[in-house]
Design a protein around this ligand. Structure first.
Ligand code: IVH
Length: 702
């Protein structure tokens, strides 16, 4: 197993920088149920967000397979826990994301039931004259003609009302401006064929935008753009009409074709449905998919006669006179050569399979996302396994459950990494998506460390989820960015969705509090500024030693390796690392400096005859002090963190240590019989209470 190189992009994963930071690694998509109500809510929020993105933007948040899997997990959890859902994710029309528009549909625009093989066979047996046609993967629109002239086109929206897109679909192939002389409606699919997609992507490239991930996303994205930049770059295929409601489906489709419309059935060589064996016709239609220039995601079976249609009628969300069969994704067998890891910017562990390269549906797939540790273990996926590679939603490579029957005898179950492969620290396994929180591994860890009370700038409220949201929103890429945040940016920070689909923001009041904390943080002592950079070997102790030695950030930055090596406990090897990291952090330090963060100041030389520091021995030698237990008993120390007490010791000329040894001069302890106290007693070291120590600092009597 190997750690994947950063910044290497696999085929087909349209993500910058990270190998598998795809959005489908969102809360709770994997297998099984949710461990808690919070996990359930997070899953609902992420499904709602994906549904909304699907409806309203050109960014695909979640591939279809993941979305469907997540919905069924949500539904099982609700059923098991007697939850009456507040969201409308299970509404086939709404899917949580659709919203209405300004055009009222004459009759509701519905969806199709996709009931699975058994029900499809039953439908065909009951309706032997049903017809079969391709299910095109695009977006449904309804187009109104008056006196044969196209007057209005609208999206499906919530089924009752939809957005007016008339001007955006004028000139579209298969959708004539003038067609006959009657008043009627045509419904059909707006989609992209390969040529449309190519042209649309050329428009995007000219505007410096990334190409559309796939054709269906393209339609949604292009339709959302209202400035005419994609005018006419769609295709249209009709699948129903009111042109002659008494006529058979096939006849009315032929009538439309005669008027210049493209119809769904005309797009493919006609398969005849055999009522005895409908799956044969469905398979024959499906076999055409590889060579098509548009996305066909299923087959639709429809009764043909107007009488049958009327007799079967309508369900609340789908007509009863038609059913759809969704094709499984095109898949090809290949082998998992390795399982690779990457730690994302918020510390999330992502896992991918390196595959023997295989061509799937027109492009070579080399890597597939493996979701999370739980998914891999449940699926028992192993290196060397033969798997089926497919492209979820025709773009994101995935692999199916492994073929255990083709497995080598010596094959071993995959073991998740016991520690983070980058920093060797344990993972946070509290959710399905494991995370590494160490500062070395993630921006998230670095921000949390920099905000922490004990080691960093002590910025209350900025660690954890708020820090992560700032990173996700690209507001913060390093510690330096914290100091250029504005109150409005914080107030508007998107903290995800509420369970009812609203946006949760930080709000003005909380933002103002954090701004005040950030302002206060600018005057933290130099040692904390150094430690906040999360450089190796510059934790609290070395942060203090470096600050004491060099006094200013500038002096530290210009120090040579040998000057750094002379600092107690550092030595040549650590000095080289620190030197290199200081160079690497120059831009971050520059941001801190520009924001007015304390960069230290040279200490004034003690004047002749001035008093010795309070915690120094004769000749200014620092008193070696160890503090153990709580210091709360001493009011002047009570508000200080452990680091704060150590900083105070060093500010008074002493040296703070963590353990008692022969070189310890003083032990400050509120405890009577702790191991440190016992050891100090044995060694004859002076022991004082925190109250006595506070007094020493006031009076200067060591
Ligand atoms: S018939 C519900 N025929 O699939 C109204 N629909 O998942 C009757 N679709 O909303 C639809 N190709 O947008 C029909 N040949 C076809 C289709 C088709 C694509 C879409 C349509 C519908 C969705 C249902």
């Amino acid at each position: 197993m190997s750690l994947s190189p950063q910044n290497r992009q696999p085929v087909g994963i349209p993500v910058g920088g990270q190998f598998a930071a795809t959005n489908h690694a969102e809360p709770g998509i994997g297998l099984g149920t949710f461990a808690s109500a919070e996990e359930y809510e997070a899953a609902v929020a992420s499904a709602l967000s994906a549904a909304r993105a699907y409806e309203t933007s050109d960014v695909e948040e979640m591939p279809d397979v993941d979305f469907d899997r997540l919905l069924s997990r949500i539904a099982s959890y609700e059923e098991a826990n007697g939850i009456e859902p507040e969201h409308d994710l299970h509404d086939a029309i709404g899917h949580g994301g659709a919203s209405g528009g300004d055009v009222e549909h004459a009759t509701m625009m519905k969806s199709l039931d996709k009931p699975g093989e058994e029900a499809v066979i039953e439908f065909a047996a009951k309706h032997p004259n049903a017809v079969i046609e391709p299910k095109i993967d695009g977006l449904a629109i309804s187009v109104r003609y008056e006196d044969g002239k196209m007057v209005r086109a609208a999206r499906r929206g919530d089924g009752y009302t939809g957005e007016d897109v008339t001007d955006r679909v004028r000139g579209v192939e298969g959708l004539p401006e003038m067609a006959g002389d009657g008043d009627y409606e045509v419904r059909g699919e707006l989609y992209l064929n390969d040529e449309n997609k190519e042209k649309a992507n050329a428009v995007r490239a000219a505007a410096g935008k990334a190409p559309f991930a796939n054709a269906r996303n393209g339609v949604a994205g292009m339709l959302n753009k209202q400035d005419g930049s994609y005018a006419g770059l769609f295709s249209f295929a009709a699948y129903s009409t009111t042109i002659d409601e008494k006529s058979d489906h096939l006849d009315s489709m032929q009538q439309l074709e005669g008027l210049g419309f493209t119809t769904a059935r005309s797009l493919l060589p006609q398969s005849v449905l055999d009522a005895e064996d409908p799956m044969a016709a469905i398979a024959a239609l499906g076999a055409e998919r590889k060579g098509l220039s548009f996305l066909m995601d299923g087959a639709v079976l429809k009764v043909n006669t107007a009488a049958e249609r009327a007799e079967l009628g309508e369900g609340s969300r789908a007509p009863k006179w038609a059913v759809a069969y969704k094709y499984p994704a095109v898949e090809e067998p290949t082998v998992i050569e390795d399982i690779e890891y990457n730690i994302g910017k918020t510390g999330r562990l992502s896992i991918r399979a390196r595959l023997t390269p295989v061509e799937v549906d027109g492009s070579v797939v080399e890597y597939a996302s493996l979701h999370n540790v739980g998914h891999l273990q449940t699926a028992d996926m192993r290196i060397g396994d033969t798997v089926s590679a497919y492209k979820a939603n025709d773009i994101i490579p995935q692999v199916h459950l492994p073929r255990a029957d083709l497995r080598d005898e010596g094959s071993q179950p995959w073991q998740p990494p016991s520690v983070c492969p980058q920093c060797s620290e344990p993972f946070d396994k509290s959710t399905e998506l494991w995370r590494c929180h160490t500062p070395e591994c993630s921006v998230s860890g670095r921000i949390a460390y920099a905000a922490s009370r004990d080691a960093g700038f002590d910025i209350e409220g900025l660690g954890g989820s708020i820090g992560d949201a700032l990173i996700e929103a690209d507001r913060v890429k390093d510690v330096g960015d914290l100091f250029s945040l504005t109150e409005d940016q914080l107030a508007e920070l998107d903290l995800g969705e509420t369970s009812t689909g609203g946006t949760r923001t930080l709000g003005q009041k909380n933002a103002a509090k954090i701004m005040a904390e950030i302002e206060k943080a600018k005057s933290q002592p130099l040692n904390r500024v150094i430690t906040s950079l999360s450089m190796r070997f510059t934790g609290r102790t070395f942060g203090r030693r470096l600050a004491a030695q060099f006094e200013t950030m500038e002096a530290l930055q210009t120090a040579t390796v040998s000057q750094l090596a002379n600092v107690e406990g550092i030595g040549q090897k650590k000095a080289e690392v620190i030197h290199e990291q200081l160079k690497k952090n120059e831009p971050v330090i520059a941001k801190l400096r520009a924001a007015g963060v304390n960069m230290g100041a040279p200490k004034p030389k003690p004047e002749a005859g001035s008093k010795a520091p309070k915690l120094a021995k004769a000749g200014g030698v620092p008193l070696n002090v160890v503090v153990t237990g709580s210091v709360k008993g001493a009011p002047s120390l009570a508000s200080l963190s452990r680091s704060g007490v150590q900083e105070l010791i060093e500010a008074n000329g002493g040296k703070a240590s963590g353990s008692v040894s022969k070189t310890t001069d003083l032990l400050v302890s509120s405890e009577e019989n702790s191991s440190k106290v016992i050891k100090a007693r044995e060694l004859g070291i002076k022991i004082v209470t925190p109250e006595e120590f506070a007094k020493m600092l006031e009076d200067g009597e060591a």
